[in-house]
Design a protein around this ligand. Structure first.
Ligand SMILES: Nc1ncnc2c1ncn2[C@@H]1O[C@H](COP(=O)(O)OP(=O)(O)OP(=O)(O)O)[C@@H](O)[C@H]1O
Ligand SMILES: [Mg+2]
Length: 583
């Protein structure tokens, strides 16, 4: 296991921008700490000479005390401010790094982490950990400097005695190390438990309708309670581990102090010790107690903070960024080849796609049909490289997808997928997503998707906000907005995955004509369960359990009487009386 120092050094580069603040804070803490022995040092002349009339001018007393406190207060303020400043510089930089990582990381990242755990990490943990670290590091710096200053003064007063106190430190270090290990483990477990708790909240917020409809509230509450109790238990364990250190260190300190007092009294009995000297020594020594106690307490928050920041650094360093190749093209001609492609998800036992080969010519419209779970969406997701084939190769314009520059590759596709995703922004921003908003083109795209009429009836037209994930729109309106987005993108290849499934027949017909115009001169992959929408495709490809079963035109496949004919017959069973069925 890496030591705390190694772990801190690993995090440090992310906080490099705040270096100046740390230096200033260190200097200020040094000033503040060096004023610490001044108080007992003042006691010595005061006790030895102050009671002799005229030896100490009275005005010097308030000047010395007030001046000392003012200096110490100012230095303390500067240290606190400088450290907070640099920590927040660090938080800002780290957060941006994390978010940029989310935007560029390999898609596998989203399978490994839930949305709420990433939210927790980026929004809360980074901030919380840093402020915890700031206050504890400040304590650490200030109190250890104070301790050093006081010890230096004690050595100066009486070095033999001070060596006795020195014996205390290895013992304290041992206690802190043991407890530190346990604290680190607890901190990690605590983060995971927090993630789980947040995930339950996320699910229940998203699915509140289903939860209420099924009366699943009590079982969800029990689930929440279970994680919540686990979290509470971990917190209690943490506090126990952290505060068990305090009495142990204090007892150790007590041993040292009593030894010192005994020796000091014995020494003064031998003569050679003034009362002032003795009082100054004891005062300075008692003053070492609070910093020692603080140092014992500082371990827990530091370990917790470092562990949390480490998790963020892990996230940045664990997953590689998406890597593309050198091939750049403005606009692909649109020939797609699947060459013996197999795909297996994680540790599933069967292939989602199995030795799948298909060539789609430029400008061709290919309809993909097959039962649910056949692998149609998976096939579509291979194209923009949301998934990587486990065997075989996919090529666009004869160039393997791997060799395409990743941004250039993704410019080639417009995708209307099964699950429409909208952003909490205006209609126009959603249509133009990622590109400049050209208001005329936005209106044209909305018109093509048969949505302009509705948008014009909204309070601010195309500038109207549509709520979280478009919750102010109906299912069909959301789908038409996604279609408008695809029209606006004007990419050479169009992927429609159940793009019109949420529309009624009338608006489907209206949208279909817009899609037909859009498909012209574009390579198009249409996935649809409603076979009526695919009859006009140039070619129909039937797929079952990840394998290509048959292909041909609608008429050919109907005549062949295979999978497609079967699916078709099932769908039209009621309106089309089967021959020979009449009484
Ligand atoms: N992220 C995933 N992890 C593991 N298995 C997955 C994942 N996504 C899909 N699968 C599996 O891969 C297979 C193909 O899924 P896919 O979504 O491609 O089917 P589909 O043909 O689009 O079905 P539908 O018509 O219902 O949309 C399914 O058996 C599914 O269980
Ligand atoms: Mg699908």
């Amino acid at each position: 296991m890496a030591t705390l120092l190694q772990r801190v050094l690993r995090i440090a580069p992310y906080f490099a921008k705040g270096r100046l603040g740390i230096v200033v804070a260190g200097l200020a803490a040094l000033v503040s700490a060096s004023t610490e022995p001044a108080l007992p040092a003042l006691l010595k002349p005061l006790l030895d000479k102050g009671f002799v009339a005229g030896a100490v001018p009275l005005w010097m007393v308030p000047v010395a005390i007030i001046g000392l406190l003012a200096l110490r207060g100012t230095a303390g303020f500067i240290a606190q401010y400088a450290l907070t400043w640099s920590a927040n510089e660090g938080v800002q930089a780290l957060r941006m790094r994390l978010f940029e990582h989310l935007l560029r990381a390999e898609p596998a990242l989203f399978g490994k982490h839930s949305a709420s755990s990433l939210t927790n990490m980026l929004v809360y943990e980074v901030q919380g950990a840093s402020s915890q670290l700031v206050s504890s590091v400040l304590t650490l710096i200030r109190d250890s400097l104070t301790l050093v200053a006081l010890l230096a003064y004690l050595l100066y007063l009486n070095w033999q005695l001070t060596l006795v106190i020195g014996l205390l430190f290895p013992a304290i270090a041992l206690v802190m190390r043991t407890a530190g290990r346990r604290l680190q483990r607890l901190a990690r477990e605590g983060q995971l438990a927090t993630d789980e708790l947040a995930y339950v909240v996320e699910e229940n917020v998203l699915a509140w309708r289903i939860v209420r409809l099924h009366g699943a509230g009590p079982s969800q509450a029990r689930r929440f309670e279970r994680y919540s109790i686990a979290l509470r238990r971990l917190l209690l364990k943490t506090v126990t581990a952290a505060s068990a250190m305090t009495p142990v260190t204090q007892i150790l300190a007590g041993c040292a102090i009593s030894t010192v007092i005994v020796i000091a009294l014995w020494q003064s009995a031998q003569g050679g010790q003034t009362v002032g000297g003795f009082v100054a020594y004891i005062t300075a020594m008692l003053m070492t107690l609070p910093p020692i106690r603080h140092l014992a307490d500082v371990m827990a928050p530091i370990v917790r903070g470092v562990t949390a920041l480490e998790r963020s650094v892990d996230l940045i360093e664990e997953g590689a960024n998406e890597r593309g190749g050198p091939h750049l093209a403005d606009r692909a001609t649109g020939m797609i080849e699947f060459d013996h492609v197999s795909l297996r998800y994680g540790d599933e036992r069967v292939n989602a796609l199995d030795d799948f080969s298909l060539t789609i010519n430029r400008g061709e419209t290919v309809a993909l049909v097959g039962p649910s779970g056949a692998g149609k969406s998976s096939l579509a997701h291979l194209l923009p490289r949301f998934l990587e084939p486990s065997a075989g190769e996919v090529r666009l314009d004869g160039v393997a997808l791997r060799d395409w520059n990743i941004d250039a590759l993704r410019r080639q596709f417009a995708l209307v997928s099964q699950d429409v995703v909208l952003f909490d922004d205006s209609v126009a921003a959603n249509v133009a997503l990622g590109a400049e908003v050209d208001r005329e083109r936005v209106r044209a795209a909305l018109g093509g998707a048969n949505l302009l009429e509705h948008v014009d009836s909204m309070p601010q037209g195309i500038d109207s906000a549509i709520g979280h994930n478009g919750n102010e729109l109906s299912g069909g309106q959301r789908q038409r907005l996604a279609i408008a987005r695809a029209i606006y993108k004007d990419a050479p290849i169009l992927i429609l995955d159940e793009a019109t499934s949420a529309l009624d027949s009338e608006s489907e017909r209206a949208v279909q004509s817009a899609l037909d115009t859009l498909m012209r001169d574009r390579t198009t992959l249409v996935i649809a369960h409603r076979l009526s929408t695919i009859e006009h495709a140039d070619r129909v490809v039937a797929i079952e359990a990840g394998r290509l079963v048959e292909q041909g035109t609608h008429a050919q496949l109907l005549a062949a009487g295979g999978l497609y004919a079967r699916l078709h017959a099932l769908q039209f069973r009621s309106p089309q009386p089967v021959q020979g069925d009449s009484p």
